[in-house]
Design a protein around this ligand. Sequence first.
Ligand code: GTP
Ligand code: MG
Length: 1106
Amino acid sequence: MGYTSLDKIKALQKNPANVRNLCILAHVDHGKTTLADSLVASNGIISSRLAGKLRYLDSREDEQIRGITMKSSAISLHYASGEKDYLINLIDSPGHVDFSSEVSTAVRLCDGAIVIVDAVEGVCPQTQAVLRQAWLENIRPVLVINKIDRLIMELKLTSQEAYTHLQKILEQVNAVTGSLFTSKVLEDRAEGDIEPAECPGSEQVYDWSAGLEDSDDSQLYFSPDQGNVVFASAIDGWGFSIQQFAQIHSQRMGIRAEVLLKTLWGDFYLNAKAKKIMKGAHAKGKKPLFVQLVLDNIWSLYDAVVTRRDKEKIEKMMMSLGVKVMTRDSRHSDPKVLLSAICSQWLPVSQAVLFMVCDKLPSPLDMTSERIERLMSVGARRFHSLPLQTQELKTAFMQCSSDDTAPVIVFVSKMFMVDAKALPQNKQRPLTQEEMAQRRELARQRHTERLAAIQQTESGEGNAQSGSTTPATTPGSEGVSGQMQGLPLKAKPEEEEEKETFVAFARVYSGVVRRGQKVFVMGPKYDPAQGLRMVRIVSACLPPVPHLACCTMDSLYLLMGRELEELEEVPSGNVLGIGGLEECVLKSATLSTSPALPPFIPLNFEATPIVRVAIEPKHPSEMPKLVRGMRLLNQADPCAEVLIQETGEHVLVTAGEVHLQRCLDDLRERFAKIEISASKPIIPFRETVIRPPKVDMVNEDLGKQQKVAVIHQVKESDTLHLDPSGLVTLTTPNRQATVGVRAIPLPEEVTLLLEGSADLIRTLEQAGQAQREGRTLDMSTWTLDALMVLKSRLEVLLQGRKWRNAVDRIWAFGPRRYGPNILLNSVEGYQRPSVWHCLEREKGEKEGGAKAEASAIRDFDNSVVSGFQLATLSGPMCEEPLMGVCFSVERWDMNFPTQRQQEASGKAGGAGETPSQAEGAVAGASQGRRRAEVVLVDCYGPFSGQLIAAVKEACRHAFQAKPQRLMAAMYTCEIMATAEVLGRVYGVLGKREGRVLQEEMKEGTEMFIIKAVLPVAESFGFADEIRKRTSGLASPQLVFSHWEVISSDPSWVPTTEEEYLHFGEKADSANQALKYMNGVRRRKGLYVEEKIVEHGEKQRTLSKNK
Ligand SMILES: Nc1nc2c(ncn2[C@@H]2O[C@H](COP(=O)(O)OP(=O)(O)OP(=O)(O)O)[C@@H](O)[C@H]2O)c(=O)[nH]1
Ligand SMILES: [Mg+2]
């Protein structure tokens, strides 16, 4: 197929029925980009000889060097199948976990996906992840089993063994889809139930299979006879689906193609005598059809060309296949060249894959109503609760119409940066004949003018020296060039550098987008109900609606891998690039001409950004450039986060080590263009308390006496009192309020639940806030239900005497009001509505009554909450956030000035009721008694502030009164390794505090899969070390999984006899928790209790003392 012209593509874009938007998904290194190369080569964009070697879509230099893809990029291809012309918008995605956010951005814009599986490695963690992502986005996958050549050349399997192996791989893939399907059906059923609030565990008699039987899953599975599986070797350029072989053999053998199609894959064999296809190949020990008719051909080709290099046989085979190769290919010293020349003609992989894609994947017209509803149901809203006008937009999605009347709906899934020079409008294009003639004419004119001028000067003044000055030099120009020389040389290039622009990676879902068109940009929190009320006229721009902006699409581009082509308009159903949105769109956005459109649901990212580094410029004066660069990076990367910490440091948070490296490179070379230095990764920790341990460090029973010993660090004073049970009472400096707080460890499940429900709790908090301000926040019934479920689950989990009624007494969550810590109201006689208050709408009225009579201390309620927020934000161990701690406020006394004091103060300054005035009153009263204290009282500041500080301190002390522990962020780590290197892998894991959870042999291979957990703190350089130690035979996948309590006590010193014996007096044998804690403290500039030289003995030279 030849090169496709831009006009052809423009024409194809207009027919959505023949457009396919798809992405290539797989585990890292399974051959996505290599396959994409073959597809690109089929359009003549790159030469087919280079296909597989060029990796055309890996356009970044570091992608080429490292050999992994780091961003998703799109290309539009043309494919003609019989009469029909198709336009394929293909997106290649990265497979490395660190870049899984790029996969999310790709998947969102597509209707289908090619999932690739390596025939040797089989289903890998990332294969499962991408299948899940495709599933969540409701897009249909097809399967390519790639690298089949490895079965022949590396594993040296026979065709029969390979068949069994391929069957297993298919089973593995289908098992993953099957489990996704099952969980979805069960979820649907659970949602459909009227009482979602049922507590899990309370009733387990559930007919699980009922829903499954009714649901149709025939379309779901991959099966060669369905036509949704291609077997390929992308590097050798071949690939086939069984249709192709069914056709070839039906002619040769005179068996109908349909029959062959059904029997080519499966337990069937050919009975040569009877010329019949029979079932039961396995039982009878016969060769299955697939082996006989398909694999054997390929195996013998490899054998002839690569292994034996048998010229005669090759000739014969080429004859029978009807293949001709160029002499230089057949004479090439590398047999692979000949092989791929033959294969790519016989079974071109692009043909097989593109045919399957056009045949099996849906066009934009086939978007399911389920998918549209999901896209539009942002947040906790249900589709049916959306305004009517919004619901009507669903038909626009379904029709995918390019009429002028159709509303424009566009989704931008990411922003990427392009060099201004690469933009088509700035590129040099070849000149046409007329333009060339024109230019020639102009040049000729200029030349004659110049000649004439020189002649004039020479003849007129006879000044020979001025001959060197060309007429172009005007008197003032010397001065200008002088100035130019004075300027630093960098000035000009810098100006050009500024011209890098952002292009939005987007898709049109409805309508036609035109260059220069204005559209609304919906922010993630935009509410169409509110917008519709406020925007009456659709064409009016810049309405003062929250989260709604207006923007012009300055330019439209066709994405062609490394290149962009300019377009005037793009009809519905296509993927495109949009320029000019960088001011309005940060990372992703929904664009539309209709304000009724809600923002699309956020992309679901699998990776959590966890690795943080502080960044600073090498030269402090370049700070502004760094700030700008970081802003650009933030915009250009879907997953990276950029923030300025309270300490003033500029911090970059990334998904992993490789991602970090790419972000730093980007900052250096593209965004900031300055030298920067990055700190060592800042590893996050959490602080928590645990129940007093029952055994000591040498597993001896501690008994009761130890209980008091764990209480340390709290030094009592006159305002601070510590009770042996762990209750801390603290009085404010002006002695008007006393709070008593106790820290209690939360059960692990509760912490997990709270952490997982952060979004929900935030909504709850917002509703509470709104209620306090007298507004009402519309919450969908779904949110309300979800909150009720959360509440009841907490009730189930918080059982026991200690937690009686605890859920109803929850005062606040923290830090930031939604974190995994709880403030509990255990103050006797203090009534306040619980956080769940806003759930009880009807009860609200009654509580209103209670509010009026609420005691005066209610006014300071907020200060207590603030104190708690501060305390949970940074703990006493190393100022890291707390996790899983409940602070129970058991005492809160307010000691307001008495009448007598107020009277006394009347003389001094006047009585008041507001706290600050009351405070003044105390000051006044005290004045007569103790002069010294007056000064102190004055400087205590407003009372609410004192209370905040008191609560915070009380919480910190209460925390310290319990056994404290650090919590470390943990990665789960999956490593595939062969048996020989297994020991080394364990060695590295052990050294880095990793814990192996599981080890199993991968079916049908000699690979072991090791699942382990590893602290993030120990993970830097882990992948490299594993790779080095195992000579590249094993490579790990690290994904953030959870927080885990480090069992050792950082402040532990040996106390018992056994401990002294075991650890020695100094107990300095690696207290991991202490090491981490001190590391953090040192980084934060906090005091570190450490003895550097313990025994300052006199140094001496031993040899002299002999
Ligand atoms: N033997 C063999 N090797 C292949 C085949 N396809 C790709 N490879 C090799 O596998 C390696 C990875 O290929 P890529 O195409 O970069 O893999 P990828 O899936 O794009 O990798 P990421 O984008 O980093 O996830 C390269 O060295 C390819 O040469 C194949 O069919 N057979
Ligand atoms: Mg790739």
